[in-house]
Design a protein around this ligand. Sequence first.
Ligand code: MLT
Length: 306
Amino acid sequence: MFKIRTHNTIATSGLSQFDQQSYQVEAELPAADAVLLRSHSLHTKQFEPSVKAIARAGAGVNNIPVNRCSEQGIVVFNTPGANANAVKELVICALLLASRGIVQGIDYSQQQAQSNDNQALSVLLEQQKKQFKGCEIKGKTLGVIGLGAIGALVASDAIALGMKVVGYDPAISVEAAWRLPASVEKMENINALLKRCDYVTLHVPFLPQTENLINSDNLSKMKPGACLLNFSRSEIVDSDAVLTALEHQVLQQYLCDFPDVNLINHPKVTMMPHLGASTREAEANCADMAVAQLKDFLENGNIKHS
Ligand code: MLT
């Protein structure tokens, strides 16, 4: 009987792959063979000697002390690509939010809707809607930093919407290069990309090398009036530098998928509570992939990273 300790919600479709004769799957289970989790942080946790593997239902592994796991001989699995479509769809949505006065228009309509008079409300909204005038993304240039599974999908869909796409990734894999649409122009460095783009979206993992990848130095190279989207990890962007760039009109808008108390009330910031992978489909895909890897490891000793 294998014992699997779970931390926070893992899609039940994934959990149902564990047959009850061979697996005991519970939260806070002691002496576990493996740990299965989504976003719970394991940095302060000690692992008992029974733990042989940790599987994350998600792409990033920054909630897992990977170096300590290696020292203790614990295998770490993640599920790259399994939620890529969900993240991509939210990024495309964010591009449109950045371009049209959608959030502001909805807020304004709700604030004015106290009166019961539909006709008066229509007249007022009609008069005021010019303040929510946006622009079209068709014909604009999108810079994609990080051309892995998510970056490549964002690039393809942005091209389908009529955007010109340029990309930068110093460590692009052969498979990722094949997945990338041919029309994506590869840039030599981040500064060259920032200079060209009306929108820039980040799709790199959080690593020591990517901490503050976007900072005051390179933000000053951005095309004035550009929008920055961060749907990767908050640490990749220096938020003080973003604040300065917004105040100095270098950056027109910042859209991100993380809480940041410095920026949450800024009128040019649209912040989401890490919703990128929060779809039924992505949660099921990630849980299925994480469980399949874990079972193959525990039952057959295979270490097949997806
Ligand atoms: C990821 O790393 O893929 C996401 O953080 C997944 C999630 O939101 O659970």
